[in-house]
Design a protein around this ligand. Structure first.
Ligand SMILES: N[C@@H](CCC(=O)N[C@@H](CS)C(=O)NCC(=O)O)C(=O)O
Length: 197
């Protein structure tokens, strides 16, 4: 399995997922900060927009961090990092796994760019509704599905860490504590140690 990545990007989610899954993988760096790039056909086949992370696993080629996390969890970690396909927990697992790209990121972008929210027209509601919903989801739980850490926590936990780093979690002890629990995981610590270049 090969992961195309770059340090200090959303690639950290895919790396964290692979580390949690305990899968052997090779890395290929994409220098996204270079003035010019000559991306390989293989990378562009996996990631038509030329964005990292992207994954090649035999005949499987794909990009999008949430899709990669879901693929790895379903293909290699059914019953541990993903509920089984017939487990009722699957509904909330998918909801929360997709909450980052569908709700958190657009709401963050709106807030960051000081765009006036239109909560009923926008699929992500508003930044405040996004935070409140996530807080309600994690309240009284260690991980988003309860006691079991899953791929949904990889996506949400990386978002909580990112929100805090950008000082966008000023009043949320719940989410700050969740970010700390994620940071304390050995797989996350390993990924953080790879982010310095
Ligand atoms: N929705 C995508 C976003 C990927 C993305 O925006 N990657 C950025 C780095 S965080 C990138 O590759 N930028 C370089 C470029 O667009 O050339 C995901 O979650 O994987």
């Amino acid at each position: 399995m090969k992961l195309y990545w770059a340090p200090q990007t959303r690639s950290a989610r895919a790396l964290w997922m692979l580390e949690e899954a305990g899968i052997n993988y090779e890395l290929e760096l994409i220098d996204i900060r270079a003035a010019e790039r000559d991306d390989s056909d293989e990378f562009l086949e996996a990631s038509p927009m030329g964005k990292v992370p992207a994954l090649v696993d035999g005949a499987v080629t794909m990009a999008e961090s949430a899709a990669i996390c879901l693929y790895v969890a379903d293909r290699y970690c059914q019953g541990t990092l993903a509920p089984a396909l017939d487990d009722p927990a699957r509904g909330k697992f998918l909801y929360w796994l997709l909450y980052t790209p569908a709700v958190i990121e657009p709401a963050m972008s709106e807030q960051f760019n000081q765009v006036e929210p239109a909560p009923q027209r926008s699929g992500w509601g508003s930044f405040d509704l996004m935070i409140r919903t996530l807080e309600d989801g994690i309240r009284d739980k260690e991980w988003i599905l309860g006691d079991q850490f899953t791929a949904a926590d990889v996506m949400l936990g990386s978002s909580a860490v990112f929100l805090r780093a950008f000082d966008m979690l000023p009043d949320s002890k719940l989410l700050s504590d969740y970010a700390d629990r994620c940071l304390a995981r050995p797989a996350y610590a390993k990924v953080m140690s790879m982010q310095t270049s």
